[in-house]
Ligand binder design. Structure first.
Ligand SMILES: Nc1ncnc2c1ncn2[C@@H]1O[C@H](COP(=O)(O)OP(=O)(O)OP(=O)(O)O)[C@@H](O)[C@H]1O
Ligand SMILES: [Mg+2]
Length: 249
């Protein structure tokens, strides 16, 4: 039996009066890539953000139902500990306006990791995203001078420094060209050996290429969830079929 690294039961979320997530039962298996797909506004980012409590920062949000991270009720997990086990990568690469090196040690400082470990961690994480050879001689240059693809790789490396076990990615390739996208997809496939990955994507081809499991959302509901190969070949819900065959969305 596979274990759920992330799961929800009867999860409902309202932004004020707007019901954005409806009775969502969801499971993200450990050490696999799960994709969330669905038309704009269906609640993909909202569901993703529940897992690291980013919605808590928004006024007027009401959340009902349960959310578990590695088998523990989210409400019992200290936020600093949660930030350490669940990393997040955003749509637009968002390096801090510091040097490459300082971007990478930022989380280590926050979590009180001993300074003497920094150089090794920086090298390990840049190697993991295949940036070490390119950047090792310019670690103290501004991160904002990198190409968009390198910035996004750097943001992934920055998440890896604190050794999360789970990585959330919200449309991480939408600001990238097809070649850069392909490289990030290859990276995700390498990372799933050691990490659990949940990715939101608008791009159905991307979901089909990289993910092991896919969830299809529509109007706040998780309409269907299962192995990606099945979802894309024989979905059981006609709404899923309508979406993947391009009838709407
Ligand atoms: N902070 C907020 N306050 C009020 N409504 C919100 C807020 N964030 C999102 N919503 C609404 O909740 C619904 C779901 O939004 P969400 O961003 O989760 O969708 P999405 O599937 O990620 O869409 P997209 O593909 O466009 O990113 C949308 O109707 C959106 O307008
Ligand atoms: Mg979104």
């Amino acid at each position: 039996m596979q274990t759920c690294a992330l799961s929800t039961r009867q999860l409902n979320l309202w932004y004020g009066l707007f019901h954005a997530l409806k009775n969502v039962d969801f499971c993200v298996y450990a050490n696999a890539i799960t994709a969330l797909i669905g038309p704009s506004g269906c609640g993909k980012s909202t569901l993703l953000r529940c897992f690291n409590r980013m919605n808590d920062l928004i006024d007027d949000v009401i959340i009902k139902g349960s959310i578990h991270v590695e088998g523990r009720d989210l409400s019992t997990i200290d936020i600093i500990e949660l930030r350490r086990s669940v990393g997040m990568v955003f749509q637009r690469p968002n390096p801090f306006p510091f040097s490459i090196y300082d971007n990478l040690v930022y989380g280590l400082q926050t979590h009180g990791i001993a300074k003497k470990c920094y150089p090794d961690i920086v090298e390990r994480c840049l190697r993991a995203v295949d940036l070490w050879d390119d950047l090792k001689d310019r670690l103290h240059k501004p991160a904002l001078e990198l190409s968009e693809e390198m910035k996004q790789r750097l943001c992934i490396a920055r998440v890896l420094t604190i050794e999360p076990r789970i990585i959330l990615l919200d449309e991480p390739c939408s600001a990238l060209d097809p070649i850069a996208t392909m490289k990030i997809e290859e990276l995700m496939i390498e990372l799933k050996e050691r990490y659990t990955i949940l990715i939101v994507t608008h791009n159905m081809q991307q979901a089909a290429r990289v993910s092991d499991y896919t969830g299809f959302m529509l109007l706040g509901e998780l309409v269907e969830f299962g192995e990606t190969s099945r979802i894309f070949t024989s979905p059981s819900d006609e709404r899923t079929e309508g979406y993947i065959t391009g009838r709407f969305g």
